[in-house]
Design a protein around this ligand. Structure first.
Ligand SMILES: [Cu+2]
Length: 448
């Protein structure tokens, strides 16, 4: 039996509203080799519904954060400012980054203080994200609005024949679920569920019931499941296929045609939609759980490309490494306050795994099938990007063959993944249902 906490998604009952576009963060300073940013976690107020305001949190603004652009090879300096009244951290989800800059829960930033981090971008083009990760407060701070996107560009992403005009044919979609109480506030404590806090309405970039005007043949959507816990299945309302071109941490080898896209908390996918068969004035909806995620209004379209590229990024098939390989096995089990990894709850004073920087790793992650306690667990490992070798002994589907940092494990699933720690430091791995993470479904690995 599969038991899942389920808050059904509802129609917000509000008119369509143009999709909010997060601003692109302006650097404080930029040189040939370095870029300097300031990111401030702060309190805000946001008008999601006409005539009311909701108390929120945001980065450099009222809700969510700006898009932070980085280029492969660039040295990035970030001043992290905590203007909240509680501790927070700045976790750079999906970044290959030294442990001391990773922003895990062991490195809290006190209220009204700041810290400078820097790292060199040494990974390919991808859509990553950042969010808080303080002990015991992650679920609440994310729910109230702290999350933002990172766009990593490289030589290939700059020239690839995919839509790339921000807000014109290339749109970020931070998809979240939130409940508004009678006063139109978020009430995390009231909505809290130990198996994942869910909301009744979909918000996209903080927009209820959003639409965009489509002016080009191909539209690229960079989707983040930015919810605390919800598993989304995205579809197009007319049943046409979409093309996934990127996963968490890289382009795919080739565009993958699909009629539905599943994402769990923290996972990303970039999809491209071909609107060639739609007439001007028609609408196409991206939906999840029967609700509108994004309404696309077809305008007069110009041809931005005549077709999608056949090949995106040459990704060699991931092969089981031989030789000096370190193996680990992690078993996820339980529900609610009883969640565990390898039978243990998280202990900050315990190093669960010692790893050598540069050594090839093969980790087996299993979501134990326990009949009455079965849930999907999205497993995330900090500080690296990995490849999937197999799922239940079989090759992964085409859309999971790129670089990943989060995998969705159904009950009974066994994933084998391979990667190397490229930087030193203490890294966390955990279930990305934020309430499971806080209930102890987390461990730590020291890479030296
Ligand atoms: Cu979980």
């Amino acid at each position: 039996m599969m038991s899942e906490p389920n808050v059904d998604l509802e129609d917000p009952g509000t008119p369509l509203k143009e999709l909010n576009l997060p601003p692109i963060l302006k650097p404080d300073k930029k040189t040939k080799s370095d870029v300097y940013y300031t990111v401030t976690a702060q309190k805000g107020q946001m008008s999601f519904k006409d005539g009311t305001t909701t108390n929120t949190l945001g980065y450099n603004g009222n809700y969510l954060g700006p898009v932070i652009k980085m280029t492969r090879g660039q040295k990035v300096h970030i001043k992290e400012v905590n203007d909240l009244d509680s501790e927070t951290t700045f976790h750079w989800h999906g970044a290959i980054i030294p442990g001391k800059a990773d922003g895990g829960p062991h490195d809290p930033l006190k209220p009204h203080s700041s810290r400078n981090i820097s790292f060199t971008v040494e990974q390919p083009a991808a859509t990553l994200w950042f969010h808080p990760h303080p002990s015991g407060k992650t679920g609440e701070q994310v729910y109230e609005g702290l999350a933002g996107l990172i766009y990593i560009n490289d030589k290939q992403s700059k020239k690839i024949a995919l839509p790339k005009k921000y807000g014109v044919d290339d749109f970020p979609l931070v998809v979240q679920d939130r409940t508004f109480d009678n006063d139109d506030q978020f009430n995390y404590q009231a909505d809290y569920n130990a198996d994942g806090t869910q909301g009744q309405n979909i918000l996209v970039n903080g927009t209820l019931n959003p639409y965009i005007n489509v002016t080009t043949r191909f539209v690229r959507l960079r989707i983040l499941d930015g919810s605390n816990a919800r598993n989304f299945t995205f579809k197009l309302s007319n049943g046409q296929k979409m093309y996934q071109v990127a996963g968490d941490g890289s382009f795919l080898d080739k565009p993958v045609a699909m009629s539905k896209l599943k994402l769990s908390a923290a996972q990303r996918a970039e999809i491209v939609i071909d609107t060639n068969d739609l007439k001007d004035g028609e609408t196409l909806k991206l939906t999840a759980g029967g609700q509108n995620v994004l309404t696309m209004k077809m305008g007069e379209r110009t041809e931005n490309y005549s077709k999608l590229p056949k090949n995106l990024k040459h990704m060699k098939a991931a092969k089981t490494p031989t030789g000096d390989v370190a193996k680990q096995k992690l078993v996820l089990s339980g529900m609610s306050k009883m969640v565990r990894i390898n039978g243990k709850q998280f202990n900050p004073d315990r190093i669960d795994i010692h790893s050598k920087v540069g050594q090839q790793q093969v980790w087996t992650i299993e979501n134990k099938n326990e009949m009455m306690m079965n849930m999907i667990h999205p497993f995330h490992l900090h500080g690296v990007q990995f490849r999937v070798l197999s799922i239940n002994g079989k090759k992964p589907p085409m859309n999971l063959r790129g670089n990943l940092d989060t995998i969705r494990l159904n009950p009974g699933d066994v994933y084998k993944i391979t990667f190397k720690f490229e930087k030193r430091g203490l890294y966390r791995y955990h279930c990305h249902i934020l309430e499971h993470e806080e209930n102890g479904m987390m461990g730590q690995v020291l890479a030296e």
